[in-house]
Design a binder for this molecule. Structure first.
Ligand code: AQP
Length: 328
């Protein structure tokens, strides 16, 4: 079976963007792949985190994976910091990555602009850790949102560089980016990505938002004065809502346009909100139950780490050997 690796960082509560851009596709792909789904806590600390909140979010994301339909029996679910090979491989790969390459990463440029003085070296090296995550498992496919495409390309470059320098070691992974939910936009500023670490809560839908909050946020979503439900770059707010509906219902944007011909924004928004509520309600119910079952979740992440450690350590030894380190 081919291998999938993907993860989400516990740097905030998960948004509809994380769900539609990533998790929903993992659920679809899981049966046909040997899948590793990780909560990437090492990535989260590239920006400031509060310890208690980091712990809470790490467990909640694991529960969300399972509640969304990822089967812990068939897939490997684990917490990144439980597999030390990730940190070790990241150091090694750092020595095969150029400062110039990292400086060109748009996520680094965006995030460092906001941070001003306190940019950690970890934030700069973030994509190298991500390359390590992926390359340690002989990954074929990485299902991510469009914002991660540039990082994935860097992981491919690092893999190819290492392979050419020594001999074939890493599989060169491919990105899997969903068509409609590739980039869910901020509800208040549809030219920006919906992000879990944004300041304005009206811009994002959290996966654990109540139906009332979801309805309120969608009804307040910024649109335009055109007044027609049309899938057009000139109407980024409406386009975003169509993408959300399309990703949830499976209807194409054309079908959605047709369905809402002659219909006002209020009705359309109300239907979008209902679609989101219907999708998230059952997941929320399951998360609430799972969160209380600490022993079960612990069992899942411990078993996951055991398998991940085995696979990752094998690859780590291989890398070390190629570099010229003395075997232990
Ligand atoms: N708006 C989005 N639309 C589609 N996909 C998205 N993803 C994130 N936002 C959207 C995808 O979710 C996965 C997990 O992302 P991450 O936690 O590793 O970090 P991120 O991409 O930086 O996500 P956020 O929510 O914007 O986090 P912060 O604000 O902390 O940086 C990835 O597959 C990502 O593509």
């Amino acid at each position: 079976k081919k291998v999938i690796f993907s993860g989400i960082k516990p740097s905030g509560d998960l948004t509809l963007g994380n769900y539609l851009g990533a998790i929903k596709n993992w659920v679809k792909l899981q049966d046909n792949y040997d899948s590793y789904f990780c909560v990437v806590d090492l990535h989260a600390i590239t920006v400031k985190q509060e310890p208690a909140l980091l712990r809470k979010r790490t467990i909640e994301i694991l529960a969300l994976y399972i509640a969304s339909g990822i089967d812990p029996e068939k897939n490997t679910l684990f917490i990144q910091s439980h597999v030390p090979a990730h940190s070790e491989a990241a150091w090694l790969l750092n020595c095969y990555t150029y400062m110039g390459e990292l400086g060109r990463m748009t996520q680094f440029k965006d995030k460092s602009q906001k941070l001003g003085e306190s940019i950690s070296a970890g934030l700069f090296n973030y994509p190298v850790l991500m390359a390590a995550d992926i390359l340690l498992y002989n990954t074929d496919l990485v299902p991510v949102g469009k914002d991660q495409k540039q990082h994935l390309e860097l992981a491919r470059d690092i893999a190819e560089r290492f392979n050419n320098l020594y001999s074939p070691t890493f599989k060169v992974p491919e990105a899997y980016i969903p068509e409609r939910a590739a980039k869910i936009m901020d509800l208040q500023d549809p030219t920006r990505k919906m992000s879990k670490s944004e300041d304005n809560p009206n811009g994002y839908i959290l996966l654990m938002d109540t139906p009332e909050v979801i309805k309120k946020k969608i009804s307040r979503a910024v649109t335009d004065t055109v007044g027609v439900v049309r899938y057009s770059e000139e109407q980024p707010g409406i386009m975003n809502l169509i993408n959300i509906m399309s990703a949830i219902t499976g209807l194409t944007p054309e079908e959605i346009e047709r369905k809402y011909t002659g219909c006002g924004y209020a009705q359309f928004k109300s239907d979008v909100a209902d679609a989101i509520v219907n999708e998230l309600s059952p997941i929320q119910g399951k998360v609430k139950k799972l969160i209380n079952d600490k022993t079960y979740l612990e069992d899942v992440y411990k078993k996951g780490a055991e398998k991940a450690n085995y696979v990752a350590n094998k690859m780590l030894r291989k890398i070390q050997k190629k570099i010229g380190f003395i075997p232990r």
